[in-house]
Design a protein around this ligand. Structure first.
Ligand code: FEO
Length: 389
C-alpha cells in the first residue's frame, strides 16, 4: 500500500487493518478499521501526525521509506492504536520530537515508556511553522481519553480530528460517500464517544468554529463534506431522544419471548417505534448504536439464580456505561418462584437514572392479566414519549 496524497505537502501514511474484528477486547469491528497517520511536509520541517498500531509498524515503515527526516511526531491520543509505533519512529528519526498535551506526555511515558526528553508538551492554540505549513494544536479532552487534542492545518483548512468523527471501516479509499459511511460512524460514536457526549460538546463547537474544508480523523475515511458528519454529531450529542423504545431481550423457555412479542406489537399499535434485540445473537455494537436515539429501554429477561439472566446484566451494564440519553426504563420477564430481578436491573442503570415505569414480571407463562399489563406499559411509554420535544 502506497502513501496517499491528500493535497500539496499532505499525505495519508496510515495502515489498513482488514482483519481486525475486536477492539479493546470489547468493541466488534465487523468491517475492520484503519489507523490513520498523516505526513505534513513544509519547506523547512516535516511532521508526522500520529503513528499507527504496533501491529502495523511494517506499513508505516514502508510509507516512510523515502522520508529522510521527521522533525515532529504529533501525538493526538495515547491509545496504542495511534501511539504503538511511536518508538519505531523515534528510533528511525533520532532528532524527532513528540508533541502532545501535557497529559498526553505523561501518558506516553506511562504507557509506552517513551523517554520524557523526547516529548514536548504543547499549549492549547500553540502553533508551529513547518515552512508554508502552519500547525495549530487544539486541546480537545475526552475525544476518547482525557489527553486528546486535534491539529488544525491553516493551509488547506484541514482539521485532523483525532478519534472524533472517525469510523471503524477498513477501506483503501480516502473518501467514501457519507451515505455509505454513516452507519459505521454512528456505531463508532455510540461505542467510543457517547460516554463523553457532554464533555465533547465544547470540542464540537471548536471544530465548527474552524469551518474546516476537510476533516481527517484517526479512523476510517476522511470527510470532504465536513458539514455532514458535523451535523450528524450535533444530533447524536444534543438532540432530544426520539420516539423509540429499545427492547433487549433474552428468553430461556419462551415465557419472556411471549411477553416481548406481545409488547413489541403493542408499542407498534401505540405508534412507538420499537426495536427488539435478541441478546443471544446481537453484537454489542448493534445494541449500543440503537441506544443513541432511544427514549426508552425495556429490558426483558427471565429470572436466573434469583436475578436477571447474565446476558441482560451485560446489556444493562453497557447501557449504563455508555451513558445514552434514554429517559424511561422498565423490565418485563418471568420467574419461577421469586428473585430480585427488577431491583438488580434498576441498580445496574444507576448512572443513567431513567424514570422507571411499572415492570411486568410474570410467574411462569403469561396469562390474560399479564398481556394487559404489557399493553398498559406500551400505552404509558407512548404518553411519556409525547412529552419528549
Ligand atoms: Fe482510536 Fe481511542 O483510539
Amino acid at each position: 500500500m502506497k502513501s496517499r496524497p491528500i493535497c500539496a505537502g499532505v499525505s495519508w501514511v496510515g495502515a489498513i487493518d482488514w482483519d481486525r474484528r475486536l477492539f479493546d477486547s470489547l468493541i466488534p469491528l465487523p468491517h475492520g478499521t484503519t489507523y490513520n497517520a498523516y505526513l505534513v511536509q513544509g519547506s523547512s520541517a516535516t511532521a508526522l501526525l500520529d503513528a499507527v498500531d504496533t501491529s502495523c509498524v511494517p506499513s508505516l515503515h514502508e510509507h516512510l521509506a523515502g522520508v529522510s527526516s521527521v522533525d515532529y511526531l504529533v501525538s493526538h491520543h495515547t491509545e496504542q492504536d495511534h501511539s504503538g509505533a511511536i518508538p519505531f519512529v523515534l528510533e528511525k528519526y533520532p532528532s524527532c520530537t513528540v508533541l502532545a498535551t501535557q497529559k498526553g506526555k505523561d501518558m506516553l511515558v506511562d504507557h509506552l515508556r517513551i523517554p520524557p526528553d523526547r516529548i514536548r508538551a504543547v499549549a492549547d492554540g500553540e502553533t508551529i511553522d513547518l515552512g508554508g505549513k502552519t500547525l495549530t494544536f487544539v486541546h480537545a479532552p475526552w475525544q476518547h481519553w482525557p489527553e486528546t487534542m486535534m491539529t488544525w492545518l491553516e493551509e488547506g483548512r484541514i482539521l485532523f480530528s483525532c478519534d472524533l468523527y472517525g469510523a471503524h471501516m477498513a477501506t483503501a479509499e480516502l473518501f467514501v460517500e457519507f451515505g455509505k459511511l454513516e452507519k459505521a460512524a454512528k456505531s463508532y460514536y455510540a461505542e467510543i464517544m457517547m460516554p463523553y457526549a457532554k464533555l465533547i460538546r465544547k470540542n464540537l463547537d471548536k471544530a465548527l468554529a474552524l469551518a474546516p474544508s476537510l476533516i481527517a480523523p484517526s479512523h476510517g475515511p476522511l470527510h470532504r463534506e465536513p458539514s455532514l458528519i458535523m451535523k450528524a454529531y450535533d444530533e447524536w450529542v444534543s438532540a432530544p431522544p426520539r420516539n423509540l423504545c429499545v427492547v433487549p431481550y433474552v428468553t430461556m423457555h419462551g415465557s419472556t419471548r411471549e411477553l416481548v412479542e406481545h409488547f413489541l406489537c403493542c408499542l407498534a399499535e401505540q405508534g412507538v417505534e420499537a426495536e427488539g434485540y435478541d441478546l443471544t445473537v446481537t453484537e454489542l455494537g448493534e445494541l449500543a448504536t440503537s441506544l443513541v436515539d432511544a427514549a426508552s429501554v425495556v429490558v426483558a429477561t427471565p429470572t436466573v439464580l434469583a436475578g436477571p439472566h447474565p446476558l441482560a446484566v451485560t446489556a444493562c451494564y453497557l447501557a449504563n456505561a455508555l451513558k445514552p440519553k434514554f429517559k424511561y426504563a422498565s423490565v418485563i420477564g418471568s420467574y419461577g418462584w421469586g428473585g430480585t430481578t427488577v431491583n438488580q436491573i434498576t441498580s445496574l442503570l444507576s448512572t443513567v437514572k431513567p424514570e422507571f415505569l411499572e415492570p411486568v414480571m410474570v410467574k411462569g407463562y403469561p396469562k390474560a392479566s399479564d398481556y394487559a399489563a404489557v399493553e398498559a406499559l406500551a400505552k404509558t411509554i407512548k404518553e411519556k414519549h409525547e412529552g419528549l420535544e
